[in-house]
Design a protein around this ligand. Structure first.
Ligand code: HEM
Length: 452
């Protein structure tokens, strides 16, 4: 697709699209993630029908409301609900296989191997996921009770998440700054925000290649739906602090190395715009804090290392001499922190479970989420860095290196440990409202459906 001006702005069906797909959460929010196993499909379908009017669409997201509630289904969930075999077969292979089966592609090895995952992840019992958010803790009572009253299904997992008191994630960085702008979403794109065709993220619309991707069938199931990857990512906050301390020359140097691993200072100020020191004012200004590219001023990564987290997961314009089209691999994120903060200054692990409940949304798990994990995060070849991996999130095992380009000499950190461990995860499908009506009003399945 050439110039963005040539693109027609599509009419998105805000009343049918689930809100979390298109809309941003408020800066401060409380979230609950609940996973269900289906016990009795017909009872559950009846019960879900009564809940559908409570599901938050993109149309009603912006109006004042005490909470938002969105619902997603796994492949085994669709099986349990009796979705017909031809429809089951129409979903993407990776979704049908489930996240645990994709461990090699995703780099879920060593401590992140699905064999170590927390139950119920990794099995076939996770059928439905409900994502709830509210701007205040009390606002969660009503939606949680709605979820608890779902009949015909059992709650098998619950995780509370949200914004930490310091509004950072557990390594100390501000998160959730850069997202692609979805054309047709009615938001105003912010400076530096790439405009991406909605078909990249929502079935039923044109994508970056000018196609309307074939989603699942029948058409009602595809339209306004998307895939969702959910991952519980444990963060070793103490290990991160220790590594920085052991590999730096001073507290100031520690901050610099941390920023060089991410590509932003902990405040969120981008290294691309403020390479020498943090700039909290820049970080707080949405008109400036994402307004940068790499090709013209920093192709070699002297400011923002080519191997750092944000430049790997979104190389922006830095690959424009290659055949890779960055906009085909964009990631829409809806993550949230969970667990208590590690007390200031503590360098030893306190045993608490903490991290990010990461959510990816997009029309292709393989081309978007899995590609980013496999090619950009866990391999250095695309930026000429050989075996180097993402220093923050990569599946490092204590033997790798991380290169920080510099003049006159670069700096190379060694014995790079794993800071993020996958505790579990699953692939979901987030249908539109009409699709959920179809799902919950279908007559019972006559014969059993088969999984792949
Ligand atoms: C515990 C794990 C993770 C941590 C602590 C983390 C942290 C961060 C931070 C601090 C930023 C910069 C702020 C921002 O632009 O929003 C960021 C950006 C980003 N992260 Fe992560 N992240 C994690 C996992 C992931 C994963 C698994 C993916 C994708 C597979 C991912 C994709 C992205 C993307 C696409 C951006 C925006 C880059 C840009 O457009 O400049 N992150 N992350």
């Amino acid at each position: 697709m050439s110039g963005q001006q040539a693109r027609t702005v599509p009419d998105l069906d805000f009343n049918d699209i689930q809100g979390t797909l298109l809309r941003h959460r408020p800066d401060v929010y409380y979230g609950v993630y609940i996973l269900f196993r289906v016990d009795d499909a017909e009872v559950l379908k009846r019960s879900l029908r009564t809940v559908l009017p409570k599901v938050t669409t993109a149309a009603d997201w912006e109006s004042p409301r005490p909470f938002t509630l969105n619902i997603a289904f796994t492949y085994s969930g669709f099986e349990a609900l009796g979705v017909p075999a031809d429809s089951l077969a129409s979903f993407a292979d990776e979704f049908r296989e489930g996240m645990a089966a994709r461990s090699v592609v995703l780099g879920d090895v060593g401590a992140s191997d699905p064999k170590h995952w927390t139950a119920p992840f990794g099995g076939r019992d996770v059928h439905i996921g409900v994502v709830i958010a509210s701007t205040n803790a009390d606002g969660l009572d009503e939606p949680v009770s709605i979820a608890q009253q779902l009949a015909g299904a059992t709650i098998i997992y619950r995780l509370d998440a949200g914004v930490l008191p310091n509004r950072r994630e557990h390594f100390g960085f501000r998160d959730g700054i850069s997202q692609p702008h979805i054309i047709g979403s009615t938001d105003q794109p912010r400076p530096g925000q790439d405009a991406v065709m909605p078909g990249e993220f929502i079935f039923g619309y044109e994508d970056e290649l000018g196609n309307v991707a074939a989603g699942p069938t029948p058409e009602v199931l595809a339209r306004n739906g998307t895939y969702l990857a959910l991952r519980q990512l444990h963060e070793d906050a103490a290990g991160f602090r220790r590594y920085l301390r052991d590999n730096s020359r001073s507290p100031k140097d520690e901050e610099r190395i941390a920023a060089k691993m991410v590509g932003r200072w902990r405040s969120g100020a981008p290294l691309a715009l403020s390479p020498e020191h943090d700039d909290p004012e820049l970080a707080a200004d949405p008109q400036r804090n994402n307004d940068f590219r790499y090709y013209d001023h920093d192709l070699n990564g002297l400011r923002v290392p080519r191997g750092c987290h944000i430049r790997r997961v979104n190389p922006r314009d830095s690959l424009k001499d290659s055949i890779v089209s960055v906009n085909l691999h964009r990631v829409l994120r809806r993550g949230a922190a969970y667990g208590p903060m590690l007390a200031d200054g503590v360098l030893e692990d306190d045993g608490a479970e903490r991290g990010i409940f990461f959510i990816f949304l997009g029309a292709s798990l393989a081309r978007q989420f899995e590609f980013v994990q496999q090619v950009w995060m866990n391999d250095g070849d695309f930026v000429g860095l050989g075996n180097e991996k993402d220093p923050l999130v990569g599946d490092n095992n204590g033997t790798g290196t991380y290169t920080i380009p510099g003049k006159p000499v670069r700096r190379r950190l060694s014995a790079f440990p794993r800071f993020v461990t996958v505790r579990g995860g699953e692939y979901f499908y987030l249908p539109g409202i009409a699709a959920m009506t179809w799902l919950t009003t279908r007559p019972p399945a006559i014969e059993g459906n088969h999984r792949v």
